[in-house]
Ligand binder design. Structure first.
Ligand SMILES: Cc1ncc(C[n+]2csc(CCOP(=O)(O)OP(=O)(O)O)c2C)c(N)n1
Length: 283
C-alpha cells in the first residue's frame, strides 16, 4: 500500500512539473501577444490568472479539444473577459487551435477578439461586460443537473468585478439552488482599472462575505498550482456552490508590472519585451 501511494505521489509530481512547464510556455505566449498586438492588451490581468486557468484545463476539467461541443464536458467561464489572452493561450496550449493563430489577436475577422466570443473553439461563454459570469454559470450548472450530467462549471471573476451588484445577486441564487456543481474563483490581485480595489470600494473581508452568502470558501496562493488543485478537489465535496479566493499578483512574472497597475492595458516596447523574456527564461 505504502509503495502504491509513493508511486501515485511521484506521478502527481511529474504531472505538476508538466503543468509548470506548460504555464511557462503560456506565459511566453502572452508576452508575445503583448508585443505583437498594436491595440495593447490586458496583460496584467492575464498574467495574474494563468495558474488558475491552466490548472483547471490541464489538471481538473473534463474536456476535449477534439470535441469542443461535447455536451457533458465541464465548462469554464472567464467572467473577467478582458483577460482573454490568458484563456486563448491556454486553449492553444491544449490544442483547440494552432498557437500560430495567437498572432491574430484583435485583428479584423480573427477568431480571437479582445473579449471571449463563441466563435473561438473551446470558449464556452461570451464575456467582457463584467458581473455576468456567475449568472451564466448558474444556468449551465442547473441545466447539467436537470439532464443528469456530471458536468461541472467553473467561473473566474476579478476582485474589482465584485463592484457589480449582479455578482451578489448570483451568489445568493446559486446558494439557494444548492448548485454543488458550480465553482467560483476570484482573482484577488488587489487592483482594478483605476486604483487598488480597497481604495475604489472595500471588498475585505471577501472570504467572509462570500461565505455569508452560503458558499463554502477557500483562500489559496493563486500562483501555486498544487494549492489551487487541492482547493478545487475540496470544492467537489461541498454540499452547495463553492468558491476559491486566489491571492495573485497583477502582472505576475514581469518585474516592472508586478504589484502595480502598469499592465492594466499595455503594448510592450521592444526593450520591455526583451526584459520580460529574459526574466521568464531565468525563472
Ligand atoms: C460592466 C463593465 N464595466 C466596466 C468595464 C471596463 N473594465 C474593464 S477591466 C476593468 C477592471 C476590472 O478589475 P478587476 O475585476 O479587478 O480585474 P483585473 O484587471 O484587476 O484583473 C473594468 C472596469 C467592463 N468591462 N464591464
Amino acid at each position: 500500500m505504502k509503495a502504491m501511494l509513493e508511486v501515485m505521489d511521484q506521478r502527481h509530481l511529474i504531472e505538476l512539473q508538466v503543468l509548470k512547464d506548460r504555464i511557462k510556455s503560456i506565459r511566453k505566449s502572452i508576452l508575445d501577444m503583448t508585443a505583437s498586438t498594436p491595440a495593447g492588451i490586458h496583460v496584467g490581468a492575464s498574467l495574474s490568472s494563468i495558474e488558475v486557468i491552466a490548472t483547471l484545463y490541464f489538471m481538473k476539467m473534463r474536456h476535449s479539444p477534439y470535441r469542443p461541443g461535447w455536451e457533458d464536458r465541464d465548462r469554464f467561464i472567464l467572467s473577467k473577459g478582458h483577460a482573454a489572452p490568458a484563456l486563448y493561450a491556454v486553449l492553444a496550449e491544449a490544442g483547440y487551435f494552432p498557437k500560430e493563430e495567437l498572432k491574430t489577436l484583435k485583428c479584423l475577422n480573427s477568431r480571437l477578439q479582445g473579449h471571449p466570443d463563441l466563435r473561438t473553439p473551446g470558449v464556452d461563454a461570451p464575456s467582457g461586460s463584467l458581473g455576468q459570469g456567475i449568472s451564466i454559470g448558474i444556468g449551465m450548472a442547473l441545466a447539467a443537473k436537470r439532464r443528469g450530467s456530471r458536468s461541472r462549471v467553473y467561473v473566474l471573476i476579478g476582485d474589482g468585478e465584485c463592484d457589480e451588484g449582479q455578482i451578489w445577486e448570483s451568489l445568493m441564487t446559486a446558494a439557494h439552488l444548492r448548485l454543488n456543481n458550480l465553482v467560483l474563483i476570484v482573482d484577488r490581485n488587489g487592483w482594478q482599472l483605476d486604483d487598488r480595489t480597497e481604495e475604489i470600494k472595500r471588498k475585505a473581508p471577501l472570504k467572509g462575505k462570500i461565505e455569508s452568502f452560503g458558499w463554502e470558501t477557500y483562500l489559496v496562493d493563486g500562483h501555486d498550482p498544487e494549492k489551487i488543485l487541492e482547493a478545487l478537489d475540496l470544492c467537489e465535496l461541498a454540499d452547495g456552490p463553492a468558491a476559491i479566493i486566489a491571492r495573485t499578483t497583477k502582472g505576475k512574472g514581469v518585474q516592472f508590472m508586478e504589484g502595480t497597475n502598469k499592465g492594466h492595458k499595455l503594448r510592450f516596447s521592444n526593450e520591455e519585451y526583451q526584459e520580460a523574456l529574459t526574466e521568464l527564461e531565468a525563472s
